[in-house]
Design a binder for this molecule. Structure first.
Ligand code: AMP
Length: 439
């Protein structure tokens, strides 16, 4: 099926063609005609499925009729992170190149003044993170009673980040008669409650994770004897071996991100870091440098895991098993995009046995072991079926006194001495308060 039969305008069809898309993805096939008909949508879809074009394309056509009034946006797109909001705004610019629609991006870390000036001129499309939007609403700088279309994207991510109360307040500030489009990779109870409350007879669309991701990504597990120090040594070994063109290295906590980044720099790697504590300008700059190849390796917290579309990442490394097994899929989905070959390696130490069990249960399959010199290579199987074995929606970080302190400081008998020169200053090894909310 081609794009021609979805009901999009000729202008948009030519933009789609220019983007090189020959066929709509499953979510686009199902969502675009319904959105054009004015229906509410409940889309169960991950990033990588083409969902952004799935809602932006029909929105551009719908909004092409009518004019924006000062401080009263005609549509609102809520995104959980600044990066995702920025990415959606880029999609709008790309797909909307032939339209005259005006757009504003309201994200944290950017001066209020510029954002207010844009709002004062009137915008057709407002893309925002919930925190910053609430700030503007409280200052009386934006009114939502002119909104015709509302998109809540990555709703389960909003939940993980504690944004649901804000999202609910924003939904309540909307006029009665709006078209609402909700997208979420999963449907936890809290999101179901929200969609039951705000969606009117929605068309429910569920699409699988993009098949190309699963098929083109090799997944390997490296069992590391020891703790973080031994993992850092193993990571260096992996980065130096094979064809690692560039890579994202995911850690669960920003403290670990900092330590791993510092350690790799000390060892001469061209490395940057990305986590929720950094100023927005620095986050944007780092991401741009990684995208254009100025930075080869990016050590990141999960703020970078979802939705970021960096087309050419050859490898993803999980320095730790993610707290939430779903994040594993999102993390490794940063490689192998658009049918390219991708590689992922997950480092795990004995203290992560439980998280590994949950992950394998969630995946429903083994991950092939990648033997490293001196490390064991016994097969890992998912734990037996067990009602209690539900993967947790982890919010709490692992114990602050956890892995590092428990890990043997001395190399074991049959283990090579990794990283003798891997001296990380003690202040970097101290834990800091948890990750801040983005937005
Ligand atoms: P998304 O799930 O919206 O983050 O999109 C993932 C990637 O798929 C982006 O790089 C899009 O440019 C690309 N994409 C979106 N729609 C299509 C399509 N119909 N054909 C090929 N690629 C697409």
């Amino acid at each position: 099926m081609s794009f021609d039969f979805l009901g999009l305008s000729d202008d948009l069809l030519s933009v789609v063609k220019k983007s090189g898309y020959t066929e709509p993805t499953p979510i686009q096939k199902k969502a675009i005609p319904s959105i054009l008909q004015g229906r509410d949508i409940l889309g169960i879809a991950q990033t990588g499925t083409g969902k952004t074009a799935g809602f932006t394309l029909p929105m551009i056509d719908i909004l092409s009729q009518g004019r924006a009034r000062a401080r009263m946006p005609r549509s609102l797109i809520l995104e959980p992170t600044r990066e995702l909001a920025t990415q959606v705004s880029e999609s709008f610019e790309k797909y909307g190149e032939k339209s005259k629609l005006t757009m504003a991006l309201l994200i944290g870390g950017v001066a209020f003044k510029d954002q207010e000036q844009k709002l004062d001129r009137g915008v057709d499309v407002l893309i925002a993170t919930p925190g910053r939007l609430m700030d503007h609403m409280e200052r009386g700088k934006v009114m939502l009673n002119g909104v015709e279309i509302l998109v809540v994207d990555e709703a389960d991510r909003m939940l993980d980040m504690g944004f649901i109360p804000d999202v609910e307040k924003i939904c309540k500030a909307m006029p009665q008669k709006i078209q609402s489009l909700f997208f979420s990779a999963t449907m936890p109870r809290e999101i179901k409650r929200l969609t039951d409350q705000f969606l009117k007879d929605p068309k429910e669309i569920a699409v699988d994770a993009p098949a190309s991701t699963a098929q083109t990504i090799t997944q390997r597990l490296c069992k590391i004897k020891g703790g973080e120090k031994e993992k850092r040594a193993a990571l260096r070994q992996l980065l130096k071996s094979g064809n690692v063109k560039n890579a994202i290295i995911f850690c669960n906590r920003k403290t670990v991100v900092k330590v791993v980044k510092k350690s790799l720099s000390v060892h001469g790697f061209n490395v940057g870091e990305l986590h929720g504590d950094m100023a927005q300008s620095l986050r944007t700059e780092t991401l741009a440098k990684f995208k254009n190849g100025d930075i080869q390796f990016l050590v990141a917290s999960d703020v970078a895991a979802r939705g970021l579309d960096i087309p050419d990442v050859s490898h993803v490394f999980n320095f730790e098993i993610p707290n939430n097994p779903e994040d594993y899929v999102h993390r490794i989905g940063r490689t192998g995009r658009a049918g390219r070959e991708g590689h992922s390696f997950t480092l795990t130490s004995p203290s992560e046995k439980k998280s590994l069990g949950f992950l394998l249960k969630y995946l429903g399959k083994e991950i092939q072991i990648h033997p490293l010199p001196g490390q064991t290579a016994e097969p890992v199987a998912p734990p037996p079926e067990n009602k209690q074995n539900q993967a947790p929606r982890a919010k709490k970080q692992p114990s602050k006194t956890g892995e590092r302190n428990k890990a043997p400081r001395q190399p074991q008998k049959d283990q090579p001495v990794f990283g003798e020169s891997d001296q990380v200053p003690a202040f970097l090894l101290r834990d800091e308060p948890g990750e801040k909310k983005s937005g």
